[in-house]
Design a protein around this ligand. Sequence first.
Ligand code: 5GP
Length: 114
Amino acid sequence: MEDTIFDKILRNEIPSEKVYEDDDVLAFKDINPKAPVHVLVIPKRKRQRFSEYRNVESDEAGIFMKKISSVAHSLGLDESGYRVIFNCGPHGGQEVEYIHAHILGGKKLIWSAG
Ligand code: 5GP
């Protein structure tokens, strides 16, 4: 499996602005934010793409979803709302081959599917 920038962030080999960490996930600020709040959440158990989740145990995927929701809550976004995005593969615009959820918020987001 390709070693990515997010593997290095997880191993603390390169710095990141962490906003949450536990045994299952790490959340850190996106280096090139597309909204006032732009946080990336990665599972510590590496998966490369969202498409792999069809083959994983429900618990693993479910825990990841719960943690993404908890991170958004801890960022104070529940009332105003936010967007969660998984880019998957070339057509999805995925640049880093380590599954990650984008949490975007802090303003009214426009919708563009590309
Ligand atoms: P993707 O296009 O793969 O869904 O999103 C990758 C995201 O990772 C982009 O929004 C990009 O700004 C972010 N990113 C790339 N390199 C770094 C980095 O070194 N540190 C942080 N914090 N974010 C990064």
